[in-house]
Design a protein around this ligand. Sequence first.
Ligand code: SF4
Length: 295
Amino acid sequence: MFFTPIQYDEPVFRPPAESRSAIVQATIGCSWNKCAFCEMYTSKKFRVRPFNDVKSDIVQLAKVYKGVRKVFLADGDAFVLSASKLIPLLDEINNQFGKIQRISSYALPKDILNKTDEELLQLKKGGLKLLYIGIETGDDELLKLINKGETSKSTVEGIQKAHRAGMDTSIMIINGLGGKNYAKQHAVASAEIINQLNPKFLSTLTLSMPYGEEHFQKRFHGEYKQQTIVELYDELKLFIEKLDVKNVIYRSNHVSNNLPLQGTLSRDKEKLLSEIQEAIKQTPENKYPSCSSVL
Ligand code: SF4
């Protein structure tokens, strides 16, 4: 969306797949805002926007974005809102936009676990059909080091609960999250958790350090050693090798990635692995990623 009739509380982030969606800012910032690698909302103090303010945005967006079929609820984890706050918003979106194909938002596993099965079903019925969840890794040691506020158990339980309600999920894993020391365990445990969850969508991003390595090191509760691009590819390759899933749509099209990849897993596994192998061959061994300015 290039023109917007409303005033957003910047910066606003949305997944690449929501580039043609109307963005409705239901909350400001992230309710957790403590992950070691994430600077997306550090300039914002988390708050819930008053219903009437969000409603007024929905009305204006619907007038301008006629024909838009997808709505994304921002900011960081709008799904933290209780069902009693989300349902009137979904109703308003459906009333104003008409034929909505889907509503989506970022979510944390704890935001899902805080809702009852019945509430999740009601939210799905209201059009909230897709949750974007940055689980980042399936490795518990690394989850602690990055201060994610989740464990592999809470992650699996939350996402499976959403799946039982009929919601789809789009899961994000961060390549290079733990640096050299944790690369192997990160790749293996992340593949294991994805195998358990079999989400509809999976994407990999690459760790970026917008404020530099030293700043990240201070927030990371362990010893972080940056990987070369080849080491990042090796980690990604191991992760994909270990995946055993059905019909998962995989994308690695985030601006942070050195190698764009896409395919359906496990069908395209061999193709993806050979693309990574080719990239390994063509990359100088001692080259470090230059993409450190991505938020
Ligand atoms: S990664 Fe997600 S949960 Fe963690 S601070 Fe950033 S927006 Fe919040």
